[in-house]
Design a protein around this ligand. Structure first.
Ligand SMILES: C[S@@+](CC[C@H](N)C(=O)[O-])C[C@H]1O[C@@H](n2cnc3c(N)ncnc32)[C@H](O)[C@@H]1O
Length: 232
C-alpha cells in the first residue's frame, strides 16, 4: 500500500526542539544535515534562515503540495488536540506548559513550514522519499537526524525495517541521531537492544540523555557514528 494523505496526521516541531532533542551544538548546526521524516516541522525553514544552515529534509509527505498538506492539517488538528487533552498525564508539561500552548507552537511551526515549502522544494531542501531507501550518494551528509519516526512507530514498522533504515542513514551520513527511543505507548522500543547488537563493529553507538522531555521518560537519543579508530 502506498503512502496516503488520509492516513497522515501532520504534526511538526521547531528548530529549538530539534536542538534540544538531538543536543545540537553551534558546530552541528553548520554541518551538512539530513532530516529524515521531517514532515511539517519548521526545522528546515528556520535553519535555512540561519547563516550557514545547510539542510535537506526527506519525507513521503512531500509528494503532496502545500494546499493538500494544509488541508490535512486543518482536518486533523482538532482531533489531535482532543487526544492530547485526554492523555495529558502521559506528557511532561515543563517547557510547553499546556495543551493549548502546545497546539499554538505546533500550528506556528507547521505554518512556517507551509510558507517555506514551495520555495524549499525548488531549492531541493524538501525531497519526496521514504526510508528505508534514501536517494543520496554515500556519505553525502555529515549528520542525519530522525525525529519522531524510527522507534516511535515500533508497533507499525518491523525490526528489519528499522535496521535497514538505520544502515541506510549510516550509508549517506557520517553520523546518525535518532529521538525518541520510546514507542507511541511510552515504552522503550523493543528494537533498541537487538539493533545495538546487530550494528557492525566499525560503528560506535551511544544512548545519550538530552534536555528535551515531552513523552514521559523520553529524554534520550541514540547517536551512531564510525568508531574513531576506524576513521581515515
Ligand atoms: C510524527 S511525524 C514527525 C515529524 C517531524 N520529524 C517532527 O518531529 O516534528 C512522522 C513523519 O514520518 C513520516 N514518514 C512516514 N513514513 C516514512 C518513511 N517510510 N520514511 C520517512 N518518513 C516517513 C511522516 O510523513 C511524518 O511526516
Amino acid at each position: 500500500m502506498g503512502f496516503e494523505l488520509e492516513h497522515v496526521v501532520p504534526w511538526g516541531r521547531t528548530l529549538q526542539e530539534y536542538i534540544a532533542m538531538f543536543a545540537l551544538t553551534e558546530q552541528d548546526l553548520q554541518k551538512k544535515l539530513l532530516g529524515c521524516a521531517d514532515g511539517p516541522a519548521s526545522f528546515n525553514c528556520e535553519l535555512t534562515r540561519q547563516e550557514g544552515g545547510k539542510i535537506c529534509s526527506i519525507d513521503p509527505l512531500y509528494q503532496f503540495d502545500s494546499e493538500q498538506i494544509a488541508q490535512r492539517i486543518e482536518e486533523t488538528y482538532g482531533k489531535v488536540m482532543q487526544q492530547l487533552e485526554q492523555n495529558q498525564a502521559d506528557y511532561v508539561w515543563r517547557d510547553i506548559p499546556s495543551v493549548l500552548i502546545l497546539g499554538e507552537v505546533r500550528l506556528a511551526a507547521m505554518t512556517m513550514f507551509l510558507q517555506d515549502y514551495s520555495q524549499g522544494k525548488l531549492e531541493g531542501r524538501y525531497i519526496n522519499g521514504e526510508l528505508p531507501y534514501l536517494p543520496f550518494t554515500t556519505q553525502q551528509f555529515e549528520l542525519a537526524l530522525c525525529s519522531h519516526f524510527l522507534f516511535l512507530y515500533s508497533a507499525h514498522f518491523s525490526y528489519e525495517f528499522h535496521l535497514q533504515a538505520i544502515m541506510e542513514m549510516l550509508r549517506v551520513a557520517q553520523e546518525v541521531r535518532i529521538f525518541p527511543l520510546l514507542d507511541l505507548a511510552g515504552n522503550s522500543s523493543p528494537y533498541i537492544s537487538p539493533l545495538l547488537s546487530a550494528l557492525p563493529p566499525k560503528y560506535h553507538a551511544e544512548i545519550i540523555p538530552v534536555a528535551y522531555e515531552f513523552q514521559r521518560g523520553g529524554n534520550q537519543m541514540l547517536q551512531i557514528c564510525l568508531d574513531t579508530s576506524q576513521r581515515s
